[in-house]
Design a binder for this molecule. Structure first.
Ligand code: SF4
Length: 320
């Protein structure tokens, strides 16, 4: 007979009184010098510290790619999984353990190519988690192949004379999905905006999708340098219900556009602008969307003992 322990999810771990940023730092990050992922890592560790997230109740799930090494650098639980499969793993974790803080770390290839089917349905399931799309518009780990978000004409190993297909716009695509509830965009080189965006995403009750335009100075320097250097290249979306920056931080941007994040039609219009400028801020938020984690194992009204009995009786059919 095969049996599950009756206490299989009741492990009590005493929580510390205060966590410092070192409590979330694991091994030294091995991204290239100048890679935008370093800033994002620091910003996430700051969020964990500010929110005092118990490391044993925090999970980072990733797929494959440069960005997906992220869980190795967090001293929390982590799952560095298969290419494109971060969403289903994270969804399973959240569905079974809604008490955990779940983060998905994915790249433009991982999310928008091989993982695109999972991306669509994770948005629709709208379980409470923070999704960080590190978008550097290139396959960096495998040394410069065209990614689904590479700008048209990008010269890569797979397209030496220039890529031929129009790129996916992850903001626009996400805004078009059923039950979308939070879509924001930021850039790795504006830490005040990055920090404020992560905080807003963490506070959201459903799935918060954040595209972070990320520098890859090794393979895509020419794509980001103009945006990094040109203060006219970024437009900040501003609203009392959006990503709120301190006055001093807001003054550093030349272009500010008022945008109410409850307006989905307008959000989709602004997403179109990505071709001419980089809009950053909260495009859309709906706190009332249906959340699949509210229908999770904890909430089916079936006592733990009955669930264990049911699983045991099923597994006994196959006992040898
Ligand atoms: S190849 Fe690019 S994305 Fe990958 S670690 Fe280096 S700089 Fe970062």
């Amino acid at each position: 007979m095969i049996s599950l322990k009756p206490d299989f999810c009741d492990i009590e771990i005493p929580e510390k009184e205060h966590y410092s940023i070192e409590d979330y730092s694991s091994s030294k990050a091995r991204w290239c010098s100048g890679c935008g992922a370093h800033t994002i890592l620091h910003s996430v560790q700051k969020l964990c510290t500010d929110e005092q997230l118990p490391p044993e109740k925090t999970v980072f799930v990733s797929g494959i790619g440069c960005s997906s090494r992220f869980p190795h650098y967090m001293k929390t639980y982590g799952f560095h999984g298969l290419h494109g499969r971060a969403f289903p793993v994270a969804s399973g974790v959240k569905f079974r353990r809604p008490d955990l803080h779940v983060f998905v770390i994915t790249g433009d290839g991982d999310c928008c190519s091989i993982g695109a089917g999972h991306w669509v349905h994770a948005i629709r399931y709208n379980m409470k988690m923070v999704v960080l799309l590190f978008d550097n518009s290139i396959y960096g780990l495998t040394k410069k192949q065209t990614s689904p978000t590479s700008p048209l004409g990008t010269h890569t190993n797979t397209h030496p004379t220039g890529s031929v297909l129009p790129p996916i716009n992850p903001i626009q695509s996400t805004l078009g999905l059923a039950n979308v509830s939070f879509v924001a965009q930021t850039v790795d080189w504006k830490p005040a905006h990055l920090n404020a965006t992560l905080k807003k995403a963490y506070d959201h009750p459903g799935l918060a999708f954040v595209r972070i335009v990320q520098r890859c100075p090794i393979w895509m320097r020419e794509n980001y340098e103009p945006t990094v250097k040109d203060p006219d290249a970024i437009t900040v979306l501003n609203h009392e219900n959006g990503i709120v920056l301190e006055e001093q931080a807001l003054k550093k941007f030349r272009h500010i556009q008022e945008h109410d994040p409850s307006n989905l039609v307008k959000a989709r219009e602004i997403a179109e602008l990505v071709k001419s400028t980089t809009p950053i801020g909260l495009f859309y938020q709906n706190k009332e969307g249906t959340r699949y984690d509210e229908y999770g194992a904890h909430n089916l009204g079936v006592p733990v003992e009955d669930r264990i009995d049911a699983i045991n009786s099923l597994m006994d059919k196959y006992a040898i």
